[in-house]
Design a protein. Structure first.
Ligand code: NAD
Length: 361
């Protein structure tokens, strides 16, 4: 069958990951267009990745008949509008995490894609990270008996772009940015059970001069099957990105560290080019990674999504997945605001952004 023709909206950090991922699966997909509003960025990106068409307005990309599937790598506040516009233009959508800002947006995105008969795919690459997939396969085989606790943590020294720090544009801090991965991970790992309750403690420990958002949080999720998920999210960890899980059952446990666990323990007095995402230095002891995109699961994710577009696979991460995460995000912020557990379903209407539930409970 023909390759799925992908257009990328956005041209910076995550756009590079997606472009690299698509180029790693040439049998399934190809890059045909990019759109980014900053003058020259789309053209530079197109040149760097060998993409034939570059637009400064994403509406033009949506009018390009070559594009079948778009990947949205624009800031969170734009995800809903771009998705709805793409659905109207008949394009399938891969939306980066978090799905959007509000639950009303999530509903509108799912609705627009369903009405247009296009796929809404939720880009949670942890469902494809090889180590995490292996851990889940073992758990599903019964290796750990009844799994009763799953932990996921994502921590680094803070985002690379100013909009993440501005809660008006991002919707919240480290939980919105990183916690969404852990929420999705625990839910997926345990077989997508209903969420019963959420408890979260949030604080701004280090970056109060830059953001009103939380830069540190612990979120505990109680699932209907009795298992617990625990998600650690931090923008206060220098030394590069940290992405780890721990899984505990009554017959065993496993641990996985996506980045340092696959790295080369290295000492250099002079430094070198690149160690790992968000590492401030390459001097002294560092943990340079190799095959970074592969270890995260980005090419495997895009391969799955391309195959979904061709009807060869059924999505394991879609708009509904994003909406489950979004509801837990709401509950986490509300819990931090109230200082108590929040039970689900939790769908307050008219919330402007999730962090408001923490700041103005
Ligand atoms: N899956 C992951 O692990 C992962 C990692 C990083 C970022 N993300 C997500 O990807 C999205 C983008 O994050 P990023 O780190 O690439 O941010 P970034 O700031 O590096 O890039 C954002 C891009 O969006 C573009 N943009 C802004 N307004 C636009 C518009 N109106 N139309 C089209 N493009 C527009 C910018 O020009 C820029 O190219 C966010 O939602 C983020 O949460 C996911």
């Amino acid at each position: 069958m023909s390759k799925v023709r992908v257009g990328i909206v956005g041209s910076r950090f995550q756009a590079d990951c997606i472009a690299g991922a698509v180029k790693a699966i040439p049998e399934e997909a190809e890059l045909v267009a990019v759109a980014s509003p900053t003058k020259g960025h789309a053209a530079d990106f197109a040149m760097r990745h060998g993409i034939p068409n570059a637009y400064s307005d994403y509406h033009d990309l949506l009018r390009d008949p070559k594009v079948e599937l778009i990947s949205i790598t624009a800031p969170n506040r734009l995800h809903a509008q771009i998705t709805i516009d793409a659905a109207k233009a008949g394009k399938h959508v891969v939306c980066e995490k978090p799905l959007c800002i509000t639950l009303e947006e999530a509903d509108a995105m799912i609705d627009a894609c369903a009405k247009a008969g296009v796929l809404l795919l939720y880009a949670e690459e942890l469902f494809f990270a090889p180590k995490y997939v292996k851990a889940k396969q073992m758990a599903d085989e019964g290796a750990f008996g009844r799994v009763h606790l799953v932990k996921q943590g994502e921590k680094h020294s803070g985002p690379h772009s100013p909009w993440f720090w501005d809660v008006e544009q991002s919707g919240g801090g480290a939980v919105m940015d990183l916690g969404c991965h852990g929420i999705a991970f625990c839910w997926w790992f345990l077989g997508k059970p209903k969420v019963k309750s959420v408890y979260s403690h949030m604080a701004t420990q280090v970056h109060g001069d830059r953001t009103q958002g939380e830069d540190e949080a612990i979120t505990i999720i109680e699932f209907e099957n009795g298992a617990t998920g625990m998600v650690e999210s931090s923008w206060n960890r220098p030394g590069g990105m940290d992405d780890c899980i721990e899984v505990f059952g009554d017959k065993g446990q496993t641990y996985a560290d996506v980045l340092m666990g696959n790295a080369l323990p290295t000492y250099s007095e002079v430094g070198f080019g690149y160690a790992v995402e968000k590492a401030a230095t390459t001097k002294g002891w560092t943990y340079p990674v190799f095959e970074e995109h592969w270890n995260y699961g980005f090419p495997q994710e895009m391969r799955h999504f391309a195959r979904c577009v061709r009807g060869k696979e059924t999505p394991i991460a879609d708009g509904e997945t994003g909406r489950v995460v979004q509801e837990v995000l709401y509950a986490a912020y509300a819990s931090a605001g109230q200082g108590s557990k929040v039970t689900l379903p939790f769908r307050p209407k008219g919330v402007r952004k999730p962090i408001d539930l923490w700041k103005n409970p």
